[in-house]
Design a protein around this ligand. Structure first.
Ligand code: NAD
Length: 268
């Protein structure tokens, strides 16, 4: 298998100041892409990601924008165009949880999660798609006019009590991704999702940071290890590259088998 190269392509990773976003940004940088590291609040985390990419010989900048705010997203894309001229790859990664039992869930927490996890993906995808259509295919860059990878979750298909807003946002991402993929394929814009299982990041620290918590979590993972941001980074590089050119409109679950209903492994 050839080494995957994203040389000459510009990639935006939203929410790349920590966790999966950082892992993905570094993997794209290692593959030769110029990386735009978006962050909302943590300039320090974003600058650290940029520094790591540059230390490995890559090119990167950090741009602040809250992905749930239309004006900030438009401004971020303008900054990308002013700096690098265009964009080739969007990784819609920014997301968060605001968990609570359903009867106690506030409208504010519902709106915050939908606003960032779902509307944020729509806003970034729309700006990227406008540019992909304007520029079209440039074969020296890629055989697609652009690639979008939505970071979804196993919870786009697994219901999740106590996390109704989060599961609804990821279920929404699934049909946003598929509908965009159906509509935009004629422009040679390739759109897919990655559905991570349990990955060790700040979002789910309480699920893996003690030995007891990790043992409980592993009961849900047939492959018997908790994932790392690098697992998502490697899958993202492949899905963003021409190596996956005929893959379109699917969710690639990177979850150690979490979506295989492990409770039924011994007859249910
Ligand atoms: P994380 O908390 O480390 O990363 C989320 C990032 O999004 C943070 O850098 C945060 O600052 C950023 N962010 C939050 N609101 C933002 C906004 N309004 N604008 C821009 N950036 C914003 O957690 P993570 O696990 O790395 O999560 C990344 C993505 O992966 C999320 O979409 C999450 O739902 C998804 N995911 C994670 C797991 C897991 O097990 N860690 C599993 C499935 C899906």
């Amino acid at each position: 298998m050839p080494t995957i190269s994203l040389q000459g392509q510009v990639a935006l990773v939203t929410g790349a100041s920590s966790g999966i976003g950082t892992g993905v940004a570094k993997a794209l940088g290692d593959a030769g892409a110029t990386v735009v590291v978006n962050y909302s609040r943590s300039a320090k985390g974003a600058e650290a990601t940029v520094a790591e990419i540059k230390a490995a010989g890559g090119e990167a900048i950090a741009i602040q924008a809250d992905v749930s705010q239309e004006d900030q997203v438009i401004r971020m894309f303008q900054q990308i165009f002013d700096t690098y001229g265009t964009i080739d790859i969007l990784i819609n990664n920014a997301g968060l949880q605001k968990d609570s039992p359903f009867p106690d869930m506030t409208l504010e927490d519902w709106n915050t999660v939908i606003g960032i996890n779902l509307t944020g993906q729509f806003l970034c995808a729309r700006e990227a798609v406008k540019e992909f259509i304007r520029r079209g295919v440039v074969l020296e860059r890629s055989c697609a006019a652009g690639k979008i990878i939505c970071i979804s979750s196993v919870h786009e298909v697994i219901p999740w009590a106590g996390h109704c807003n989060y599961a609804a946002s990821k279920g929404g991402v699934m049909l946003l991704m598929k509908s965009m993929a159906q509509e935009l394929a004629p422009y040679k814009i390739r759109i897919n999702s990655i559905g991570p299982g349990a990955i060790k990041t700040p979002i789910n620290r309480n699920a893996w940071e003690t030995a007891e918590a990790e043992a409980k979590l592993l009961r849900l993972i047939p492959y018997n290890r908790v994932g790392e941001a690098e697992d998502i980074g490697k899958a993202t590089v492949w899905l963003a590259s021409d190596e996956s050119d005929y893959v379109h409109g699917v969710t690639l679950f990177v979850d150690g088998g979490m979506t295989l209903y492990p409770e039924f492994a011994h007859g249910g």
